[in-house]
Design a protein around this ligand. Structure first.
Ligand code: PMV
Length: 341
């Protein structure tokens, strides 16, 4: 095969690594579905487990190809990822097709979402592969267009995602993520995997349905700004009890909005409630442990790292808990190889 100088010039590739994040104040509900603009702000902890590694090569083929864990992606994922690549090409002014190869280290069947780490890694690797440098804030705005919560995985440790200004003109300039000063606050997060198979309803569909039909949605959203302020202050002074209390209230009240939707969206299972009981029992026994639950049956328990083994043991003894993982605060998205991000 002959290669000329032009071909060599446009052939390039880049690899990026991103970690999942767990929201302590949840993103639940969009005010703009095209731009993925949230109704409220949210705040999360980036985790140090289960990174996604994504390699993007450009200029080697006619059309985009997407491989996940070594296999071609299904149709829905391919459509979502190629739509995102079109957006990256609009921003970077490039037009070559891309080959995306993404490897997720979440154990299969663990029931943990990977869209946040997936789109954060894809945004960084694709920009780098197209030789386009974006400051982290702009990278977070881009990752947000793939999956809302992905904007928070661009940064490490504690991260806030600003909802942006809902007044005209319609733009997304104010909706980005940024780090929250956290000093040496370094709690543990014990993730209890509750058996339950795949997600019945995607978070994307469930949040829209909740916004449209739940009478509890607006009252829930109205309380978020004040909780965000209290949460930021509590993180800054390393107040685990206050962080935990706000996070647990936020998650349970988010699930209450879903239970009041018509028809109800119920992610909570018997095993989920058993973990909540175990967390309450730990607290009654003097351990600072607080639960948060995403759009699924699994429970993440926030606690002092000195208590993490005890907490993990208590939840892993429950019959419906199939595995536990212990996480701490983790790093932001990095480009590990290829053109500069
Ligand atoms: O980013 P999405 O569309 O996967 O939605 C995430 C929704 C929650 O995980 C339930 C909350 C959050 O803030 O991460």
């Amino acid at each position: 095969m002959s290669t000329d100088a032009t071909t060599l010039d446009i052939e390039t590739g880049a690899t990026a690594v991103a970690h999942p994040n767990m929201a302590l104040i949840k993103y639940w509900g969009k005010r703009d579905r095209d731009l993925i603009l949230p109704v409220t702000g949210s705040l999360s902890m980036t985790l140090d487990i289960f990174p996604t590694t994504t390699r993007v090569r450009v200029g080697e083929q006619e059309a985009d190809t997407i491989a996940l864990d070594g296999r071609p992606a299904d149709e829905v994922t391919t459509r979502r990822v190629t739509g995102f690549l079109r957006l990256v090409r609009d921003i970077t002014g490039r037009h070559e097709a891309a080959a995306v190869d993404s490897v997720n280290s979440v154990p299969t069947g663990a029931g943990l979402a990977s869209s946040a780490s997936g789109f954060a890694a894809l945004a960084a690797a694709a920009c780098a592969a197209y030789d386009h440098s974006l400051p982290p804030r702009e990278l977070s705005r881009l990752a947000r267009r793939g999956s809302g919560s992905a904007c928070r995985s661009v940064f490490g440790d504690f991260v806030v995602w600003h909802p942006g200004d809902s007044r005209p003109p319609r733009d997304d300039l104010g909706s980005y993520a940024e780090p929250v000063p956290a000093g040496d606050f370094d709690p543990a997060m014990v993730i209890a995997i509750v058996d339950g198979g795949g997600k019945a309803v995607s978070s994307r569909k469930a949040m829209q349905h909740t916004v449209e039909t739940s009478p509890f949605y607006l009252p829930w959203a109205a309380g978020i700004a004040a909780d965000l302020e209290r949460m930021r202050a509590a993180i800054g002074r390393g107040d685990l009890q206050e962080v935990g209390r706000i996070a647990e209230h936020n998650a349970l009240s988010m699930h209450a909005t879903m239970l009041a939707a018509r028809p109800a969206v119920r992610y909570l299972q018997a095993g989920t409630l058993a973990v909540l009981d175990a967390v309450a029992a730990l607290r009654a026994g003097g351990i600072d442990a607080y639960a948060t639950i995403d759009a699924g049956p699994n429970v993440a328990v926030l606690c002092d790292p000195r208590d993490e083994i005890r907490v993990a043991r208590a939840v892993s003894e429950l019959p419906d808990v199939s595995a536990t993982h212990i996480a701490h605060r983790g790093p932001g998205t990095t480009v590990t190889a290829g053109a500069a991000a």
